[in-house]
Design a protein around this ligand. Structure first.
Ligand code: HEC
Ligand code: HEC
Length: 389
């Protein structure tokens, strides 16, 4: 009994010592995997945690002033912001003026604007920050377009992050404005402020990633790696990110990001890719398309079930599948990860740069580029199969 108590005390002391690590992080580099976490806490972090990035969105970008003076709800919806209907008191939307910025402030005070978190005092926004949900949650439009129940993990392809950033008084340099307004809805460049190259990608889903060996279009690493990258270098949160391969070493004390990565990752891995809506594809054609997919069209050589990505951590040179090479050269892998295909029906356009508007265009691209010689019927069947995933 005594011995047991002693062991417990020693373990507690060891834990304390580890906790006193002077840079507040237990990760050697941000590429290291994190231990398992709690998805319930992770959901709160994903939706509501700004990791202290108010210092950037408020103190530097002064977005609180922009929203206060000129962003009425119709403008907010027009740049792709979404409203969480569950956070609204019943009937409120019939009583408010959607052309008045004060209504936006009221919605922020209710915590109803997805991905934006504000501190409001007597009708004035004091602080504002952003959360992961800004780009990676949508709503089901059940009240009206842009207003409904949260759909976490769905990419917000209506959101125009560049347009939103371009409203900041701190970003009025014409060269910066030109870049920010060139992206358009559903696109963002997560490396531009690091390497100065303007080559945005579509915002990808954060669902369907359980069992997918590497994340991001260029297969940079685990979910936690990319979460830390985005939280620290893009959302400008108060946290540490250390990656010798990218040459980035940012340390913050206290570190409001690193300790949350296990829970945040655990939540994302619980998000399933959405099933196709009933009646959205022809089941007989999809069954024939499955044969084409793993046969003549050679798709399954890279897109392997059940997630339809590569089994290992391999990436493909852009020339293997006829992709634009720029992004591959900006990451550290020089290639593209085979995109998992579950839920692909939900998020057109396709490929990292959105260069294929529809699944039919994807199939045409491969038929041309790989010289597959598919018949019109085989192509149509393949599209039905893709819609069924
Ligand atoms: C401003 C919009 C934006 C915000 C905010 C944002 N992301 Fe992303 N996210 C992106 C873009 C764009 C990519 C694609 C980058 C790439 O692959 O090169 C991405 C990639 C990802 C991926 C990889 C998906 C895949 O298929 O591999 C995950 C997971 C992810 N983000 C989760 C998060 C989490 C968690 C947060 C909050 C810490 C977050 N993101 C904040 C835009 C955003
Ligand atoms: C040599 C490996 C390889 C083969 C063969 C291959 N793919 Fe891909 N696939 C990839 C890679 C890599 C990407 C990511 C490219 C990008 O984002 O630029 C991709 C992306 C896609 C996407 C886009 C998904 C999204 O969400 O953007 C679809 C759809 C797709 N492939 C379907 C197919 C079909 C159908 C076939 C067979 C005709 C096929 N692929 C054959 C490697 C392959």
């Amino acid at each position: 009994m005594m011995r047991h108590t002693l062991v417990v005390v020693m373990l507690a002391l060891a834990a304390l010592l580890v906790g006193c690590d002077d840079d507040d992080t237990d990760l050697a580099t941000s590429r290291d995997p994190v231990p398992p976490g709690n998805p319930v806490t992770g959901r709160e972090i994903f939706r509501f945690d700004t990791f202290g990035n108010e210092r950037f969105w408020t103190d530097t970008l002064r977005m609180h002033e922009v929203i206060q003076s000129s962003v009425d709800p119709l403008t907010a919806l027009a740049v792709g912001l979404k409203v969480d209907a569950d956070a609204l008191p019943p009937g409120i939307l019939t009583q408010v003026d959607l052309t008045d910025p004060a209504t936006t402030v009221a919605l922020l005070e209710l915590g109803a604007v997805v991905g934006l978190k504000a501190q409001v005092e007597n009708g004035t926004i004091r602080r504002v920050g952003v959360t992961c949900a800004l780009c990676h949650s949508d709503v089901d439009d059940s009240v009206q377009e842009g207003i409904g129940r949260r759909l976490d993990g769905y990419p917000n392809r209506d959101l125009d992050p560049g347009r939103i950033l371009s409203l900041s008084p701190a970003l009025q340099d014409p060269a910066v404005q030109a870049v920010l307004t060139s992206w358009g809805p559903g696109r963002y460049d997560a490396y531009w402020n690091h390497d100065g190259i303007n080559d945005p990608t579509v915002i990808p889903p954060a669902y369907g990633l359980d069992g997918v060996p590497v994340e991001t279009f260029t297969g940079e690493g685990p979910v936690s790696y990319w979460n830390a990258y985005v939280a620290v270098t893009q959302m400008h949160s108060q946290g540490s990110f250390f990656d010798p391969e990218l040459g980035i070493d940012i340390r913050a004390t206290p570190d409001l990001v690193t300790p949350k990565l296990p829970d945040l990752q655990a939540y994302q891995l619980t998000l399933p890719a959405p099933a196709p809506p009933a009646g959205s594809f022809d089941a007989d054609a999809a069954a024939r398309g499955a044969e084409v997919f793993s046969g003549q069209a050679t798709c399954a050589e890279c897109h392997a079930p059940p997630t339809f990505t590569d089994a290992g951590e391999r990436v493909h040179a852009p020339s293997e599948t006829g992709m634009d090479p720029v992004l591959a050269g900006r990451g550290t892998t020089d290639g593209y990860r085979t995109t998992p295909l579950r839920g692909a029906w939900q998020h057109p356009p396709y490929f990292h740069d959105g260069s294929a508007a529809t699944l039919a265009e994807v199939v045409e691209h491969y038929d041309d580029f790989l010289g597959l010689g598919l018949s019109a019927e085989q192509k149509a069947d393949l599209v039905e199969f893709l819609k069924s995933l």
